[in-house]
Design a protein around this ligand. Structure first.
Ligand code: DX5
Ligand code: ZN
Length: 218
């Protein structure tokens, strides 16, 4: 089982000072930053684009950019996000496009590839792609907005992906995203999750070193 990683989501950072919010994460010694990219189509909200990633790189950030593409047509943006400095590109299973080709394009850029699924999407939908990725993102809220309540009905899906991972000897991380705090991370961890995206709870935590330590101890 992988060590637990806390991955702060910049969506809950200071949008007038995103470089400072990224630096807060780096100063804690956390290796990854989660970047939520929204297009107003796949999800009913807008957030950042590739220029934001490029600007964070120019500002000196060397964090692993865990980039979550909530886009109806993510395959059209792989080049621009890879060139902007993404480390991982995670694409959703729900929109119709050639997922296998998209994973090949992501890897051809030297990026890691992930697949994401919404709370209403059965685990079986992503099964054909398990060997093409090294991260499965199980959404624990309907994507689009930070600050929503964690949905515990997705826990059996985390357990199913964990079973496939062990039965098939896959080197996958299982990431959860949405409504994650120390309390909701516990049942996710016990069912196989190892990668914990936290936006609201991270940026609101008054004692961030203690918050990070609690995730490291999961
Ligand atoms: C939701 C995004 C999340 C979001 C999580 O659509 O994918 O990454 O930032 O925010 P919290 O932790 O506030 O639920
Ligand atoms: Zn996300």
């Amino acid at each position: 089982m992988h060590d637990p990683i806390l991955v702060p989501s910049l969506l809950a950072g200071d949008h007038a000072a995103l470089g400072a919010s990224a630096s807060t994460v780096a100063r804690l010694g956390l290796p990854w930053l989660h970047l939520d990219i929204m297009d107003g189509h796949f999800v009913p909200n807008l957030s950042f684009g590739p220029e934001t990633l490029a600007a964070l790189r120019r500002d000196g950030s060397t964090l692993f950019f865990d980039t979550h593409l909530m886009l109806a047509q993510p395959h059209l943006f792989i080049d621009s996000f890879a060139k902007a400095g993404a480390s991982r590109l995670t694409i959703h299973i729900e929109p119709a496009f050639d997922h296998a080709a998209a994973f090949r394009a992501i890897r051809a850029h030297g990026c890691r590839a992930g697949i994401a699924l919404n709370p209403g999407t059965p685990a079986a939908a992503i099964e054909p792609f398990l060997a093409a990725v090294d991260l499965v993102l199980v959404m624990t809220v309907q994507p689009g907005f930070g600050g929503q309540h964690f949905r515990d009905d997705v826990i059996p899906k985390i357990a199913q992906v964990d079973r496939w991972r062990s039965e098939r000897g896959l080197d996958l991380r299982i990431e959860v995203d949405g409504g994650i705090d120390v309390a909701t991370a516990g049942p996710c961890r016990r069912n196989g999750a190892d990668t914990f995206v936290a936006g609201t709870s991270f940026f609101a935590a008054p004692d961030k070193p203690a918050f990070a330590a609690a995730f490291a101890a999961l």
